[in-house]
Design a protein around this ligand. Sequence first.
Ligand code: 3PG
Length: 202
Amino acid sequence: MWDLWLERAKPIMPVMVIEDVAHAIPLAQALVAGGVRLLEVTLRTQAGLDAIKLIRHAVPEAIVGAGTVTNAMQFEQALAKGAQFVVSPGSSTELFEAAGAWGGAYLPGVATASEVMQARERGFRYQKLFPAMAIGGESVLSAFSGPFADVHFCPTGGIDAHNYRQWLTHRNVFAVGGSWLTPAEQLQRHQWSTIQAMAISC
Ligand code: 3PG
């Protein structure tokens, strides 16, 4: 699925923390207009679930998923709102089972070799490396590239406008994620054109 999506989307996954559901559509439109289509809406705000539903219906060019999903109940709620993919900061048996029953695009979070192996055993070869910078940065990717040559990572956590291109140079990176494209201050000020310009420049 990720391969197919990446044919028409930049390999950038904004982590969207939406406090006001009214921001969901203009924010998604601004990102999509800049070619940034893989949108991770976190469930760490009340508005997250409804934001997914709104974006799914109003911004068809977007590929919208749920982030910060930490249990099976949130997983089901996200799917019910139309999430096309699900991301979690770590992984658990409960989440693996929910993802297995669904059969869709699930990105488990991993930070250690054992976690990479557990997720791979369950069939998940696309994984979120989190928190990427805190666990050692790019050297972790290089170290994982030997034993886990068949695993593709989306590093997230500490990635920003200055370093994301460097992360994308790694062969085992299929996308990078982060909140730098959707700063809270710009959302509050409705600076959609600024966000669009940042997305275009990626
Ligand atoms: C996430 O939920 O993926 C992270 O909080 C994003 O990390 P960042 O804010 O450092 O980009």
